[in-house]
Design a protein. Structure first.
Length: 180
């Protein structure tokens, strides 16, 4: 694990932001579905408010710099949710990150994520295909080291419920990959 270099995620995955987008003080993320298009959306929750991103393009489609202090972070609610905004206003979004929670670690067609820490506290995110353990087959053919959190604390990693988006959130950045 220590020798495996970070490599781009394999096809059909493609990066959304390039190397990611800065989200200072990121606490957690959650997925939602756009009510009109069915596209994946990502809610980023930080100490500076909430932002809603189109997961396929990376476009920020809504921002709330001053959310209600009663539920502005997931730890303020018993079910780790935050209020939706923009096209998902009026809904509650489950958020995974600093306060707990979790995202999907597999897709229906066999992609799998695993977080390993052979040199803790620097977590590594491994992606594999065919539903196997990431390190059970040849590196670069069956599993890939796609992210290394060597500068920020890993908050959450996982797939959207649709399986079309893969996200890695650290205390300072949001990195997305998509497949359509």
């Amino acid at each position: 694990m220590l020798e495996a270099p970070v490599v781009p995620a394999p096809a059909p995955w493609r990066p959304v932001f390039g190397s990611g987008v800065a989200v200072g003080g990121l606490l957690g993320i959650g997925f939602a579905t756009h009510p009109d298009t069915g596209d994946d959306l990502v809610l980023a929750v930080s100490g500076n408010g909430h932002g809603l991103f189109d997961a396929a393009t990376g476009e920020r489609i809504a921002r709330d710099r001053e959310p209600d202090p009663e539920d502005d972070t997931p730890d303020m609610t018993p079910d780790l949710t935050c209020p939706g905004l923009g096209p998902i206003a009026g809904s509650r979004i489950h958020v995974a990150g600093l306060y707990g929670g979790g995202l999907h670690t597999t897709t229906s067609d066999g992609w799998t994520l695993e977080v390993v820490s052979p040199a803790w506290p620097h977590d590594r995110v491994l992606l594999s295909t065919d539903g196997g353990l990431p390190h059970s087959g040849p590196y670069g053919e069956r599993w890939w080291h796609i992210f290394h959190s060597n500068h920020s604390e890993l908050r959450a990693t996982g797939f959207s419920p649709s399986g079309r988006t893969l996200a890695v959130a650290t205390s300072s950045d949001l990195v997305l990959w998509t497949r359509r």
